[in-house]
Design a protein around this ligand. Structure first.
Ligand SMILES: Nc1nc2c(ncn2[C@@H]2O[C@H](COP(=O)(O)OP(=O)(O)O)[C@@H](O)[C@H]2O)c(=O)[nH]1
Ligand SMILES: [Mg+2]
Length: 416
């Protein structure tokens, strides 16, 4: 049995029939085929494609997976793609980097999932996370690669939309914007952590309240349930693979409109929050200084010391908040350029490796065709070697440019 949304009902429910994917026929343009040239003419983006990229991977359907830390993003990605990305064991976040799944097939389509870090990371500021996600998404979009969809995960077992969930959802909305919501799945999981009755009551609340998911559903997002089986994960991906790919708001803002990160909806919102916190700290500091004056007048050494400690802590927090705001303002452009170069560097290496492998395969084939000079045992050995080489070659080619993008992500964000 799989959990899916049926078209006849506004709710998500358990159904056991195979799901019919929505077929998209916008302008006769089907899915992501040849989207590179499409986007350049449509959006006027003239940034060159990542050098050396093989056109073969233009067919890859890209789907991003977002949500709070611990919501099950990596588990979902691994389950449906057969990848082996690291899953969090504790509340400490684990996927602080963007990670790419291996490509996998759904109904003959080659799919790749993008596992993203949550904005509630224990070790990294929101500014860092936003910089990273923006860098990646803008680089992909410049290269003509749009997302067929976004899966936003939410644990239905959580008592309510707490601070972390609310904030995470808010950041997701700022990044996504209204247009791409048609390609969004709001996915509830961990149904085994709650009774069906309670889970459904929560789900209804999420769907019907303006402060939760209703505005997003009104703009075309869909709610699905995931029961942690491969079947249910595949059904969700199947729903998205034929979607007409759309850029996220942050992508059009950064690439088409050439906005600075701080001027994008997500960047501006984050900066506004940082400024608000700084302002709040400033007020607290004023009150503290007042109290300190009183303590000094009253020669109350103990209180004065306590207040001093509090003040130092507040000042340190303010400095850190200011640094985050500064990072938003300064880091993105340079980081994106460096990231692009890294991808290109790995892409060049991959092309060289590809050529080496092709030469080796050709050599072997020639040796085999001159079989009169070889013994039967030698022929068998060469044949086996040829199969191995061909397999290696095919495996690398399958992911195409994404092997290089994945390497760049792993190495570029190594400090994360
Ligand atoms: N019961 C249950 N646990 C899950 C499910 N998905 C993930 N988990 C668990 O939730 C924890 C966090 O998962 P992870 O995939 O690392 O979350 P991420 O931070 O969003 O990538 C792990 O211990 C998973 O085993 C699910 O559908 N059901
Ligand atoms: Mg993770």
């Amino acid at each position: 049995m799989i959990f899916e949304r049926t078209t006849s009902s506004p709710g998500a429910r358990f159904i056991s029939t195979p799901y019919e994917p929505e077929v998209n026929t916008h302008s006769g343009f089907n899915g992501v085929v040849n989207q590179s040239s499409f986007i350049r003419t449509r959006s006027g983006v003239n940034t060159p494609a990542i050098k050396g990229q093989s056109k073969q991977d233009d067919n890859v359907v890209l789907i991003a997976v977002m949500g709070a830390t611990g919501s099950g993003k990596t588990t979902f990605v691994n389950l449906v793609s057969g990848s082996n990305l690291r899953v969090g064991k504790s509340l400490q976040s684990c996927t602080t980097k963007i990670q790419l799944s291996q490509t996998f097939d759904i109904d003959g389509r080659k799919v790749l999932l993008i596992d993203t870090p949550g904005f509630d990371d224990t070790n990294h500021s929101d500014a860092d996370i936003l910089n990273m996600i923006a860098t990646f998404l803008a680089t992909m979009y410049e290269d003509g690669r749009k997302l067929a969809g976004v899966i936003y995960l939410h644990r239905i077992s959580d008592i309510r939309m707490g601070g972390v969930s609310t904030r995470s959802f808010k950041m997701f909305r700022w990044l996504c914007g209204p247009e791409a919501l048609r390609n969004v799945v709001l996915l509830t999981n961990v149904w085994d952590g709650v009774s069906l009755e309670v889970g459904e009551a929560r789900e209804n609340e999420l769907k019907s309240e303006d402060k939760f998911w209703k505005p997003v559903l009104d703009k075309g997002a869909q709610v699905f349930r995931h029961d942690n089986t491969v079947g249910s994960a595949q059904a969700i991906v199947r729903y998205l693979v034929d979607k007409y790919p759309l850029p996220l708001r942050i992508q059009t803002e950064l690439v088409d409109e050439h906005k600075h990160l701080t001027d994008t909806a997500a960047g501006a919102e984050l900066n506004r929050e940082l400024m608000q916190q700084i302002e709040k700290h400033r007020d607290e500091l004023k009150t503290l200084q007042e109290e300190m004056r009183e303590a000094i007048n009253a020669r109350d050494e103990e209180t004065k010391k306590e207040l001093e400690m509090e003040r130092n802590q507040l000042q340190a927090e303010m400095t850190s908040l200011q640094a985050h705001s500064q990072k938003l303002a300064t880091e993105y452009n340079e980081q994106k350029e460096r990231f692009r170069h890294k991808v290109e560097e790995y892409q060049r290496q991959a092309e060289e490796e590809k050529r080496r492998q092709e030469v080796a395969i050709d050599d072997l084939k020639q040796q085999l065709s001159r079989n009169e000079s070889n013994s039967e045992a030698e022929q068998g050995r060469l044949q086996k070697l040829l199969v191995e080489l061909q397999e290696q070659y095919d495996a690398v080619q399958k992911s195409g440019v994404f092997t290089s993008v994945g390497r760049a992500l792993d190495n570029f964000f190594a400090r994360f």
